[in-house]
Design a protein around this ligand. Structure first.
Ligand code: XMP
Length: 541
């Protein structure tokens, strides 16, 4: 494994993902993690370390540092940005402060002459050639030996005295020390190889992984499945497991992995809250029950949810009621199953690695302000005595999709947009009743259908319809109508923390609007939401 120490950069997680994309297992750990702590986990075959960037300055009073034992371990260390400065400082060099001045953005690094002559030092840039548009920058007198390449720079402070045995590999116009190396496998890069704005970044990371750390490409979906299955078997033994299916990809893949591991010791429970999208319940039954032959219980709780939600307008109130009701129903079902078939010891959850990273105390992590309570993330009731089994807790979303595919989950599930736990309830602004639910469900299906037909479903982070509480006047045939306004929302996003409204083509928007007003009697006007997040959120409630 490659261990990434998190010094608080917004890119720390991305480094871990990039390493895994190269089929090398990687974990992100808080900066304060010691070598001894890491060695406690005998499954971790550590091949090297990456020190991430971070917002601090190395001489700040509370600047995070790295366990000296890591640097002395004899394993290769790649320091990126702050990580490079820390590496230089802790190895005996010196850093010049910029006092808050930061240069952030595109830059061009130039490999210093004769750096390439020292093969031992140069492995981080080995085999990397200048891209065609850079060749014209080359100095004709010196032939084409000088490597220049575009990088994404983030540089405030800079290394101004190298530790012993280090040498400079590259510079930029404004920074004479853009990359450093020591023959024993210490590398410092002042720029960010992990971002796509550094086009040769992946090649540089690959050099670190394969030429310097001698990693093997062993992190593949086959291997991930094999290991997860093994871990589930170890943890669960002969006990029984219950797993709630939500209709989303995470719980589906968790269920498939567990079923592969322990077969019919697993029972899946699907609660039909009545707040689901069109056809969702049927799909769950078809895929899991009929196709995959996983023991499945479907609970029809539509009336219970509708009754409890009657006249509730406040979004947080809706979330609270739905969360509580869901857990109550789930518990009831677990008890019923236990009475019927014997005790259940485990609850399966589709927790992903980003949730795990967020909940471990990273030194520099900011506690994000709670904007909306997300009920299905976290909160198990105290009285529930089930142990957790979380087969996805070391996986990123894209890895979950990949193994879902490998396990035979239909494409439609694998690539499904996320859907909030409280479902359509928070897409009906104001009070919820059966009629409004049906209106929104039909509208949503039309929006998604047109987006799929346009071939852009996968490019979007989320797309859906919102039923507003506004009634507007329209005209249809000879008659005046007074009906609902529906809003269409479509966003592009990487991590759902920020999002931009999708530039859907006017033709597509026209088609969607046309179908909505023609096919859904309760709708006579359609608007498109063109706010980004922030300041808006993705959902309307
Ligand atoms: P917002 O609206 O906060 O949404 O920009 C960000 C992402 O979270 C989803 N979301 C929820 N998911 N329970 C959930 O499970 C909730 O209460 C909830 N509220 C929002 C939203 O769909 C988007 O993907």
């Amino acid at each position: 494994a490659i261990i990434v120490l998190d010094f608080g950069s917004q890119y720390s997680r991305l480094i871990t993902r990039r390493v895994r994309e190269c089929h090398v297992y990687s974990e992100l750990v808080p900066a304060s993690t010691t070598l001894a702590q890491l060695q406690e986990n005998e499954h971790l075959d550590i091949k090297g370390f990456i020190l991430s960037g971070g917002p601090s300055s190395v001489y700040d009073e509370h600047a995070p540092s790295c366990d000296p034992a890591i640097l002395a371990s004899g394993l290769p260390v790649l320091g990126i940005c702050y990580g490079m400065q820390l590496l230089a400082l802790q190895m005996g060099g010196h850093v010049a402060l910029s006092h808050g001045l930061r240069e952030y953005g595109p830059a061009t690094i130039e490999v210093v002459e004769d750096a390439a002559a020292d093969a031992q030092n140069f492995r981080i840039f080995e085999g990397i050639s200048a891209s065609p548009e850079q060749t014209k920058d080359l100095d004709p007198e010196h032939g084409s030996q000088t490597l220049r390449m575009p990088v994404w720079m983030s540089h405030g402070d800079s290394v101004d005295r190298l530790p012993e045995g280090f040498r400079i590999l590259a510079r930029t116009d404004s920074n004479p020390v853009a990359a450093i190396a020591h023959p024993r496998g210490y590398i410092g890069l002042q720029f960010h190889p992990e971002v796509t704005h550094t086009p040769q970044g992946t090649a540089i990371l690959r050099n670190f992984l394969f030429r310097i750390c001698h990693c093997e490409e062993s992190w593949t979906s086959g291997k991930v499945i094999e290991e997860a299955v093994e871990l589930v078997r170890e943890r669960v033994g002969n006990e029984r497991v219950i797993c709630g299916l939500s209709g989303g990809v995470d719980s589906a893949v968790a269920a498939l992995l567990i079923h592969k591991a322990i077969g019919d010791q697993l029972t899946c429970v699907f609660v039909d809250t009545g707040l689901l999208r069109a056809g969702e319940r049927e799909q769950v039954v078809e895929t899991f029950g009929n196709h995959m032959h996983i023991p499945l219980v479907v609970v029809d709780a539509r009336k219970r949810f509708l009754d409890r939600l009657a006249n509730i307008v406040d979004p947080e109130q809706k979330r609270k009621i739905i969360g509580e009701e869901f857990i109550r129903i789930f518990e009831g079902e677990a008890e019923r199953l236990a009475e019927k078939n014997g005790p259940i010891a485990f609850l399966a959850q589709g927790t992903l690695y980003p949730d795990v990273i967020e909940s471990t105390s990273h030194d520099t992590a900011q506690t994000a302000k709670r904007i909306k309570t997300h009920h299905n993330v976290g909160g198990l009731p105290d009285e529930m005595v089930l142990q957790l089994v979380e087969p996805l807790r070391m996986l990123f979303k894209d890895e979950v999709r990949e193994i879902g595919q490998a396990l035979g989950l239909p494409d439609e599930w694998v690539w499904r947009h996320p859907f909030p736990g409280p479902g359509l309830a928070i897409r009906i602004i104001g009070a919820i009743d059966e009629e409004r639910l049906e209106t929104l469900r039909t509208a949503d299906a039309i929006v998604i259908d047109e987006i799929r037909k346009a071939g852009i479903y996968r490019q979007l982070g989320q797309a859906f319809a919102v039923l507003t509480p506004i009634q507007s006047v329209g005209v249809m045939g000879d008659g005046r109508t007074y009906a609902n306004v529906v809003a269409v929302r479509a966003v592009t996003t990487g991590d759902f923390m920020t999002a931009d409204w999708a530039r859907l083509s006017p033709d597509l928007l026209g088609k969607i609007a046309n179908r909505l007003v023609n096919e859904v009697a309760a709708i006579n006007r359609v608007v498109y939401d063109i706010t980004s997040k922030p300041p808006a959120t993705i959902e309307w409630e």
